[in-house]
Each structure stands twice: as structure tokens, then as C-alpha cells.
Ligand binder design. Structure first.
Ligand code: ADP
Ligand code: MG
Length: 235
């Protein structure tokens, strides 16, 4: 098991946002957590990445407790978090943004090697490496944010709603890219409101409702679940 989250509780200023959330990710999987706006998806990712402290429960990554580690040590342990809303540096070039993602790698040589690997996966970013990031389209900025996450060479890549605010045509492209990243050996935790697209990609999925996991199963299985279809897929 690569990640085990057990009875996790977390929130903001004493107000709980997630309650006893438990789930697991095996090495090599794409696991998706789907849920509506405000369900607690981002809170789960922020808690795993050490941006907020859990008020209860355990997070074990690669055989080691990480729930008390500061965020930079979580990155060093092998988890990258691509936050909601992208947060790229708009006035810096594509390449400068990418280099920033490699800060855990000590040598210049190692950083450049990682950069070359990233450019093989994202040829469009290579073409645009000198472009000021803020002048790219929303979809391209999302690609850059994902690529920057990969620059730390994570074992687990966590993606927070990469399809949000992106043209439908590009959404499929981004999801395909996530599949490719996974096939190249990175385990994926994706949280999404775009249930239909996300469940197609998922090996396994969990449904989060007001801070609690209410269903779990294989992606396809959940897509056929009557309750899920009614609640999330408008069918
Ligand atoms: N920075 C914050 N301060 C206070 N409450 C927050 C903050 N971020 C989120 N919340 C609250 O926590 C709950 C879960 O939010 P969030 O994890 O952002 O949900 P989701 O990502 O599924 O839309 C919501 O009730 C939301 O209002
Ligand atoms: Mg969110």
C-alpha cells in the first residue's frame, strides 16, 4: 500500500470539514475522490500535503507516518500536490516555473535531466518554454501546473480539480495526460467535481459527501450505481 489514510479528521479554526475519512491507494493506481462543491476534497489534499494539520487520524505513506510533517518534508517524502486554481507564477516563463518545481533536487544536472524528461511528456511546454506563463490558455496553464508537480519526481501525484474552468476539448486531453503520467509509473490521487470524466479514468473511486466517504468501488461500478447516477451524473 502506498498511501493509507485512516479516520482522518481535519478542518479550519476548530470547525471540522472532514470526518473520519479512510481510504487507501496501492502503488500504480489512479484513485479518484469525487464530490460536490464544499464536500471536503481540497481539505483532504491539503491535509495530506501538510498544509493543514489533522485533528485526528493517521496518514501513512510508503510505510511511514507523515501526518505531523511540514509540507516541504511531505514533498521530499515523495508526494506532489497540484492545488486547485493552478497557482503558477504568471510573470515567469514556462521553464522558470518548471525549475521551481525541482527545488528538492540538489544538483543543477539532476534538475535539467528531470526537465528533459518532462519535456518529453509535454512537448507543447517545450515549444513554449520561453513564453510568459500567464499568457497561456487556462488548459495550458493547467498542464504547466501538473508538469511542475512532476518536477519533484513524486511517487504520488495529487491533483485538485484539474478540469475546473477548462474548455471541454482540453479536459479530455488533460485526463489523457494524467493517464499517461500514470502509465509511466506515477501513482495518482485525483479529486474532481467532474464525476463522469473522473470515474472513467479511475481504477477505484470514493464518493465524498459533506466530509464523509459514502461509497467506494471500481470507477465503472460507481458509474453504474443508481444513487451516484442520480446524485452526481444527472441521470
Ligand atoms: N480556508 C478555509 N477556511 C475556512 N473554511 C474553509 C476553508 N476552505 C474550505 N473551507 C470549508 O471546508 C469545507 C470543505 O471545503 P473544501 O475542502 O474546499 O471542499 P471541496 O474542495 O470539496 O469543494 C467547506 O465547508 C468549506 O467552506
Ligand atoms: Mg476544492
Amino acid at each position: 500500500m502506498l498511501l493509507q489514510v485512516k479516520d482522518l479528521k481535519s478542518g479550519y479554526k476548530g470547525v471540522p470539514a472532514i470526518h473520519d475519512v479512510s481510504f487507501e491507494i496501492k502503488k500504480g493506481e489512479i484513485v479518484v475522490i469525487v464530490g460536490g462543491n464544499g464536500a471536503g476534497k481540497s481539505t483532504i489534499l491539503r491535509t495530506i500535503s501538510g498544509l493543514i494539520r489533522p485533528t485526528g487520524g493517521e496518514i501513512v505513506f510508503d510505510g511511514r507516518r507523515i501526518d505531523q510533517l511540514p509540507a516541504h518534508e511531505v514533498v521530499a517524502a515523495g508526494i506532489a500536490h497540484v492545488p486547485e486554481g493552478r497557482w503558477i507564477f504568471g510573470r515567469m516563463t514556462v521553464q522558470q516555473n518548471l525549475i521551481l518545481g525541482a527545488y528538492t533536487q540538489k544538483s543543477e544536472e539532476e534538475r535539467l535531466k528531470t526537465l528533459e524528461m518532462i519535456y518529453r511528456i509535454f512537448p507543447r511546454l517545450k515549444e513554449r518554454r520561453e513564453q510568459v506563463a500567464g499568457t497561456m490558455s487556462g488548459g495550458e496553464q493547467q498542464m504547466l501546473a501538473i508538469a511542475r508537480g512532476l518536477m519533484s519526481r513524486p511517487k504520488l501525484l495529487m491533483l485538485d480539480e484539474p478540469s475546473l474552468g477548462i474548455m471541454p476539448k482540453l479536459v479530455m486531453e488533460i485526463l489523457e495526460m494524467i493517464r499517461e503520467i500514470n502509465q509511466r509509473g506515477t501513482t495518482i490521487l485525483l479529486v474532481e467535481q467532474n464525476v463522469h470524466a473522473a470515474l472513467k479514468l479511475a481504477d477505484r473511486a470514493y464518493v465524498l459527501q459533506t466530509g464523509r466517504i459514502v461509497a467506494e468501488g471500481a470507477g465503472r461500478e460507481l458509474m453504474e450505481d443508481e444513487r451516484i447516477r442520480k446524485a452526481y451524473l444527472g441521470m
